[in-house]
Each structure stands twice: as structure tokens, then as C-alpha cells.
Design a protein around this ligand. Structure first.
Ligand SMILES: [Zn+2]
Length: 211
């Protein structure tokens, strides 16, 4: 059960080109797959109310459709990371196709928002040698996680179970800015914050957690 929330240490060691835990003893919040009008505004409100700065691994297609939300994320001092343009499984693509998926995301952020992307998370956490090589060529830092909340199952009890059992002081938490978790995302965030406070953990900004 543990490994469906927190990957085994051997995997983290073997693939240490990826960052799995926060570098400071602070928790990092990350949100995958947005931005979308159905969830992003509520997530941003929650983060602002609680003075949390997060890392949003956005999908290029959603960036294209929702430029206003991208501007909100940037102007509220959160960080945007590359989650590729079309959210395909990169391990099924050729080197050139992988390069395009990564490059086109960075390109739209630069062109439309004058934003330089620093971080990447491959869709579904899937990678191979070819994916790693293209990430390196694009000069991006790959960020994975140590606390998968499994919020995409749309079951608040699963999130509560995982957080209660496996949250640590240096966890990188994955949540979803997507329709899959729409109904439980805010309650999940409230629960996580409650646990963070109860355990006297601290929440960090992306730059300090990923330095
Ligand atoms: Zn994703």
C-alpha cells in the first residue's frame, strides 16, 4: 500500500536525476494537469488564503485554452512547470516526438507569457532513457513526488488515509488541478493543511524546496 503513495527508496536512489523529496525540510505542494476554469480558481483562492506558494505542472493544451488562468498563477507568484503539451505517455513516443512535446510547452510559455520554465514532470510519471535525455537537452529539472495523494480516484477517504500515514516533513505532494479530483480537491487541501499543522511541519516555496 505504501508504494502507491510514496515510491520505494531504491527507485528514488536508482533514478536520482529526478527530485523525489523536498531539499529543505519543508513540504512542497504541486498540482498537475491544469489550468482549467472548473478547479484552478478555487485552488488559487485556497492557496492565497493560506499563504501557500505552489508549483503547477500545467499541460500546454490547457495553457492555450486558458491564458487568463495562467496569468493568475504567475501573478500570484506560484511557479509553472512543464507537464508537456498534450499529456501523452512519453515512453511511447520517438525521441523527436518527446522533444516536441517538451519544447512546445516551453515555447508557448515564453512567447505568450514571457515565462521561462525550469521544471518538468513527465505525464503519469513515466520515463525512460530517451525521456531523460530530452529533459536534459531542454535543460529542465525533473521533479517527481514522495506523496501521491491519489486524489484522481475522487475518494476523499483515500486521500485522508495516505496523508495520515505517509506525509513527511519533506514530502513533495501531488494533487490534481483537473476534473478527476474536482469534487474533493478543496476538502483534500483542508485536510492536508490540518495534518501539516498538527504535525508541526512547514510548507515551503518551490524555489527553496527544489534548490
Ligand atoms: Zn498528469
Amino acid at each position: 500500500m505504501k508504494y502507491s503513495y510514496d515510491p520505494p527508496d531504491i527507485i528514488k536512489k536508482l533514478f536520482n536525476v529526478f527530485q523525489w523529496n523536498s531539499n529543505s525540510s519543508k513540504i512542497l505542494f504541486t498540482f498537475d494537469d491544469g489550468p482549467i476554469p472548473e478547479t484552478t480558481p478555487w485552488i488559487l483562492d485556497f492557496l492565497n488564503q493560506n499563504k501557500i506558494k505552489a508549483l503547477f505542472f500545467c499541460v500546454g493544451n490547457n495553457v492555450k485554452k486558458n491564458p487568463g488562468l495562467v496569468n493568475d498563477i504567475i501573478s500570484e507568484n506560484h511557479v509553472i512547470g512543464n507537464h508537456t503539451f498534450n499529456h501523452k505517455r512519453l515512453t511511447r513516443l520517438s525521441g523527436e516526438e518527446i522533444r516536441k512535446e517538451i519544447f512546445e510547452f516551453n515555447s508557448i510559455l515564453k512567447k505568450n507569457f514571457n515565462y521561462d520554465v525550469k521544471y518538468i514532470r513527465p505525464p503519469h510519471g513515466r520515463f525512460n532513457k530517451s525521456v531523460v535525455s530530452q529533459i536534459n537537452k531542454a535543460n529542465l529539472k525533473p521533479v517527481m513526488w514522495s506523496m501521491l495523494t491519489r486524489d484522481y480516484k475522487n475518494d476523499l477517504n483515500l486521500v485522508k488515509f495516505g496523508i495520515s500515514k505517509y506525509l513527511q516533513s519533506n514530502s513533495i505532494i501531488v494533487l490534481h488541478d483537473s476534473l478527476k479530483s474536482k469534487d474533493i480537491i478543496i476538502d483534500s487541501l483542508k485536510f492536508i493543511l490540518e495534518k501539516v499543522n498538527e504535525k508541526k511541519y512547514h510548507i515551503g516555496e518551490p524555489s527553496e524546496c527544489l534548490r
